[in-house]
Design a binder for this molecule. Structure first.
Ligand code: ATP
Ligand code: ZN
Length: 283
C-alpha cells in the first residue's frame, strides 16, 4: 500500500500547531526534532520536517504529497500546487510599513522610494498592479531594522500584532496580502483516497474547534424560546429530567458568537449551563 508523505515546518511559528493538528486527527507519531522523517504508526503516512521555504517546491515536485505552509510562502515561491484546506492558524498580513514620522498619504508616495523585504515576488506584483515604481531591496531577514539603518525608506514584512513594527518606530501603511497556514497537495493528489481520508479528518477537527457542546436545563414553558435560539448540527436533543416539566437540552454552538448566545439563553430561562469542548465532528 502507498505511504503518503506530508511536509511540515521543522521549527518555527507553524511547527507546534501543525503537529497538534495532525495529532488531533488521531495520527500517532514521535515529534522528533532532530530527524527529518517521522513515521506514523496508525496511518500510511510519513511526516517530513523541513524549513518552511522548501515545502512548496517539495510538494510541487512530488517529494512530498502534502504540505502545511503559510500562503505567503506559496505565493512567493510561485509553485503549481493544489490548495486543499485553510487551517485557521499562522494568521498574519504582509504589510508595507514606513517610519512613524513619514507623512506619506497614498501608495503613489512610494514612487521612487526603496522598500526592503524578504518577499520580492509578492511585493513586485503588488506594486505593478498599483502602477507604482519603487526600488525593491531583497534582504534575508531583520527587515524591520532597515529604515533605521538607512538601508531603505520603507519595508514590506509579515505582521501579526504589530508589536515588532512599533518597537522599531514603524507604522503600517498598506496591506499587501493576508495569510494563514494551508494544506497543499501535489497537483492531482486531491482525488487520491488516502489524501481524501486525511482531508476529512482535518476538516472534522477544524469543525469541532469552531464549536462547543452545550447542555442546559429549562422548564418546558420556555423550551420553544430556547430552541429558537439554537442552531445545532440538526435540531437539539431534548431529554426529560426527573423533575416534572423540566428538560435538558443538548446542542452545539459556534465559538464566534458564543457569549452573546449564552446570555440570550439565560434570559430565555436556561439554567445550569454546562459547556464542553468537542474533539471531532464527523458529518
Ligand atoms: P524556517 O526556519 O522554517 O524557514 P521562518 O523563520 O522562515 O522559518 P517563521 O518565522 O517560523 O518562519 O514563520 C513561519 C510562518 O508563520 C510565516 O511564513 C507566516 O506564514 C506565519 N506567521 C504568522 N505570524 C507571523 C509573524 N508575525 N511573523 C512572521 N510569520 C508569521
Ligand atoms: Zn522560512
Amino acid at each position: 500500500m502507498k505511504t503518503l508523505k506530508i511536509a511540515i515546518q521543522k521549527s518555527g511559528r507553524l511547527n507546534e500547531k501543525s503537529v497538534e493538528l495532525l495529532k488531533n486527527c488521531g495520527l500517532s507519531f514521535e515529534n522528533y526534532k532532530s530527524s527529518l522523517i517521522s513515521p506514523v504508526s496508525n496511518f500510511p503516512l510519513e511526516i517530513l520536517f523541513l524549513r518552511d521555504d522548501d515545502i512548496p517546491e517539495y510538494v510541487q515536485d512530488g517529494i512530498a504529497d502534502l504540505g502545511i505552509v503559510g500562503e505567503n510562502v506559496i505565493q512567493e515561491t510561485e509553485v503549481e500546487v493544489s490548495y486543499l484546506q485553510r487551517l485557521g492558524f499562522g494568521k498574519c498580513s504582509l504589510k508595507i510599513a514606513v517610519p512613524n514620522n513619514d507623512d506619506i498619504q497614498s501608495l503613489a508616495g512610494l514612487n521612487g522610494k526603496s522598500i526592503a523585504t524578504t518577499y520580492p515576488v509578492i511585493l513586485g506584483k503588488f506594486l505593478k498592479e498599483n502602477g507604482i515604481q519603487s526600488d525593491i531591496r531583497t534582504i534575508s531577514g531583520s527587515v524591520e531594522i532597515s529604515p533605521g539603518l538607512g538601508l531603505a525608506d520603507a519595508i514590506c514584512d509579515l505582521v501579526s500584532t504589530g508589536g515588532t513594527l512599533k518597537s522599531n518606530g514603524l507604522k503600517p501603511f498598506a496591506d499587501v496580502m493576508s495569510s494563514e497556514a494551508v494544506l497543499i497537495g501535489r497537483k492531482g493528489s486531491e482525488t487520491e483516497d488516502l489524501v481524501l481520508e486525511l482531508i476529512q479528518r482535518i476538516q472534522s477537527v477544524l469543525r469541532a474547534k469552531e464549536t462547543k457542546y452545550v447542555v442546559l436545563n429549562v422548564h418546558r414553558d420556555n423550551l420553544a424560546a430556547i430552541i429558537a435560539l439554537l442552531p445545532g448540527v440538526k435540531s437539539p436533543s431534548v431529554v426529560p429530567l426527573a423533575e416534572e416539566n423540566w428538560v435538558a437540552v443538548h446542542t452545539v454552538i459556534p465559538e464566534r458568537d458564543f457569549w452573546d448566545r449564552i446570555s440570550q439563553l439565560k434570559q430565555a430561562g436556561a439554567q445550569g449551563i454546562v459547556v464542553m469542548p468537542i474533539e471531532k465532528i464527523i458529518l
